[in-house]
Design a protein around this ligand. Structure first.
Ligand SMILES: [Mg+2]
Length: 224
């Protein structure tokens, strides 16, 4: 029988990274005796992605005395402690699995911080499989990233799975290229996807889960 599969992006889809990052940057610059200009710089550096090498650059530019590994470790634990996944979303992941869906996370980033967030929020215990780009050497929108994420969930590429995410390029264009249906999560910010348009646009991830739950019967109908 055909397996229903859905992959979720992590940052700004399952967890609110952007909001928590802004709070963290304010605290970080205050702690180091820095001002608004430096806070804007730090936020800009970390907006798209964060890794130890990002902190190398920040350390040099802001002339921080703490070594890079220490800055990275603090960032990792402080961000993991700040982000959360709403109970209604964790519950929704369980509802999907109970309805027969294989549920995975497909995320770009460094393995240590992405796993710190997945564990701290509890998400790791509510999904069947996770792919973090650094672990597999393939970033979204590369097709291989999606294929490996599906495989880790016990699903098969080409069977009409779904990708849910907030990034028009990596999640929506990438998901579509990998043969997945897509749901774009606006989350009150971000650039709306142009072409290819997502199958659905929703304000937040719980609404995406509700659409998938409603479509379960369609998929089962196709399968039987
Ligand atoms: Mg995202």
């Amino acid at each position: 029988m055909r397996r229903l599969a859905v992959l979720f992006d992590l940052d700004n889809t399952l967890v609110d990274r952007a909001g928590k990052l802004a709070d963290w940057a304010a605290e970080f610059t205050t702690r180091h005796g820095l001002g608004d200009e430096e806070r804007t710089y730090v936020l800009g550096m970390l907006a798209e992605r964060a890794s130890p090498s990002t902190f190398d650059a920040i350390r040099t530019r802001l002339r921080l005395s703490a070594p890079t590994p220490e800055l990275w470790r603090s960032y990792r634990s402080e961000i993991a402690a700040r982000v959360s996944c709403p109970a209604e979303v964790l519950g929704g992941l369980d509802e999907l699995r109970a309805a027969g869906w294989r549920v995975g996370v497909a995320t770009n980033g460094a393995a240590d911080i992405q796993w710190a967030k997945l564990r701290a929020t509890g998400i790791a215990e509510h999904v069947d499989g996770v792919v973090v780009s650094e672990e597999v050497g393939a970033r979204k929108p590369e097709m291989r990233h999606f294929e490996m994420a599906l495989a880790r969930c016990g699903a098969v590429p080409g069977e009409g799975g779904w990708m849910v995410g907030d990034d028009p390029g990596t999640d929506i264009v990438g998901g579509r290229s990998a043969g997945l249906h897509t749901i774009w999560v606006a989350n009150g910010h971000g650039r709306a996807p142009q072409a290819p348009a997502p199958d659905h646009t929703v304000p937040h991830v719980r609404a995406a889960i509700d659409i998938l739950l409603l479509r379960t019967a369609d998929h089962v109908g196709i399968a039987s």
